[in-house]
Ligand binder design. Structure first.
Ligand code: SF4
Length: 332
C-alpha cells in the first residue's frame, strides 16, 4: 500500500467461526465471519486505529494478528530487520520467539492482572516464561520498566488491589513492554478508565512509543481518543475494513457513509452545533450478513448495486482506501 517497507503486512485475513447444531449429532449450520478479507499495512513507529461498533470484528482481527487465535486464512507478515515471518502459518512452537516481539495491552486493568501476584511477579512473568532474565538482571529490568510507566520500584512488592484503575493499567503496560516488543495491540486500552486518567495513559503510550520505537494497532470505539493518538485510522464494519485514511483526513472529510454516520454520532461539546441523527438500525449480524454491501440496510446513500454486489476496498488516492460503490459512481 506504500513504497516504504511496513513492519506488518496483513493480507486477506479471515477468521470464521463455524456454528453447530444442538443435540447428539452436531452438524455445522452456519458460519460467523468475524474477520473477513482484511488487508492493511502498518509502518514502523506508526499508530493505526481500528474502529467500529461493537461486533464489527476489531478485537478478533487484533487477536488473529497476534495469533491468540488461529486465522482461518490469509497472511500476517512481519518484516523484521533479521527477516520476514508469516505469523498466520507458524506452529505454536515456531511462534514462541515471535511472541517476545508482539504483545497486547488489555482493556480491563481490573480483571487482566492476577490479584494473587505481586507487581514484580506480574511484570516479570513474560521474562521468566521466556527465560530471558533472572536474579539481579530481572529485578533491574522490572524496576526500569516500572519507572518508564510512571510507577516506583517500591511498588514492586504490592498487589494489584492496592492501586487505582490508572495505575493498574500502567502495570499492564509494563508487563506488555518488559520484553521490548516491536509491535503492540492496544485493545480498548483506555476504555475502562475515567476521562482524566484516559488522557494520562494515552500520553504515556505516546511517550513510550517515542522512547522504545513501538508500533501500535490501537483498537477503540471512542473516536475522539483515536483522533488524538492515531496516524491513520481503519474503519471496520461487519468484519471488513470499509475505509482507511490518514487520521486528520478521515475526521475532516469522511468518505464512507458508515464513517460519516459514526462521526455524526460522536457528541459535540459545542451546544450551538446541531447533532446529526445517530446511526440507525442494528449492526449487521456476522453470522447472517446482508447480500452485497453489508451496510446497505442502514445506508442513507444505498442505490441499485448495493444490495447485490459487495464493494471491494480500493485505492482512493492520497493514502486513502474505500469500499463503497459511490466511489465507482464518482459521488463520494
Ligand atoms: Fe452505502 Fe452502497 Fe456505499 Fe454500501 S456500497 S456504503 S450501501 S452507498
Amino acid at each position: 500500500m506504500s513504497a516504504a517497507v511496513p513492519l506488518l503486512e496483513v493480507r486477506n485475513l479471515c477468521k470464521h467461526f463455524p456454528v453447530f447444531s444442538q443435540g447428539f449429532v452436531k452438524r455445522q449450520i452456519g458460519l460467523v465471519r468475524a474477520t473477513d478479507d482484511v488487508s492493511f499495512d502498518l509502518y514502523p513507529g506508526e499508530t493505526l486505529g481500528l474502529v467500529g461498533e461493537s461486533g464489527s470484528g476489531k478485537t478478533t482481527t487484533g487477536r488473529a494478528i497476534l495469533r491468540a487465535i488461529r486465522p482461518t486464512s490469509g497472511s500476517v507478515r512481519f518484516h523484521f530487520p533479521d527477516g520476514t515471518v508469516d505469523a498466520a502459518t507458524l506452529s505454536e512452537h515456531e511462534l514462541k520467539p515471535l511472541r517476545t516481539r508482539m504483545q497486547m495491552i488489555f482493556q480491563d486493568p481490573f480483571s487482566s492482572l492476577n490479584p494473587r501476584m505481586t507487581v514484580k511477579d506480574i511484570v516479570a512473568e513474560p521474562l521468566v516464561i521466556h527465560r530471558l532474565a533472572r536474579g539481579g538482571e530481572l529485578d533491574d529490568r522490572v524496576d526500569d520498566m516500572l519507572l518508564r510507566v510512571g510507577l516506583k520500584p517500591e511498588h514492586r512488592n504490592r498487589y494489584p488491589h492496592a492501586f487505582s484503575g490508572g495505575q493498574r493499567q500502567r502495570i499492564g503496560i509494563a508487563r506488555a513492554l518488559i520484553m521490548r516488543p516491536s509491535f503492540v495491540v492496544a485493545d480498548e486500552a483506555v476504555s475502562a478508565l475515567d476521562v482524566s486518567v484516559q488522557a494520562q495513559v494515552i500520553n504515556l503510550l505516546h511517550d513510550l512509543q517515542q522512547e522504545l520505537g513501538l508500533t501500535y494497532l490501537f483498537i477503540a470505539h471512542d473516536l475522539s481518543v483515536v483522533r488524538h493518538i492515531c496516524d491513520r485510522v481503519a474503519v471496520m464494519y461487519a468484519g471488513r475494513i470499509v475505509e482507511l485514511a490518514p487520521s486528520e483526513e478521515l475526521f475532516t472529510e469522511p468518505r464512507h457513509p458508515y464513517t460519516r454516520a459514526l462521526l455524526a454520532a460522536v457528541p459535540n461539546p459545542d451546544p450551538d452545533v446541531r447533532m446529526a441523527s445517530e446511526l440507525s438500525g442494528e449492526v449487521a449480524d456476522p453470522g447472517n450478513l446482508p447480500s452485497g454491501c453489508a451496510f446497505h440496510p442502514r445506508c442513507p446513500a444505498c442505490f441499485a448495486p448495493c444490495s447485490e454486489k459487495r464493494p471491494l476496498l480500493k485505492d482512493a488516492g492520497n493514502g486513502r482506501w474505500l469500499a463503497c460503490h459511490l466511489q465507482d459512481r464518482g459521488d463520494e
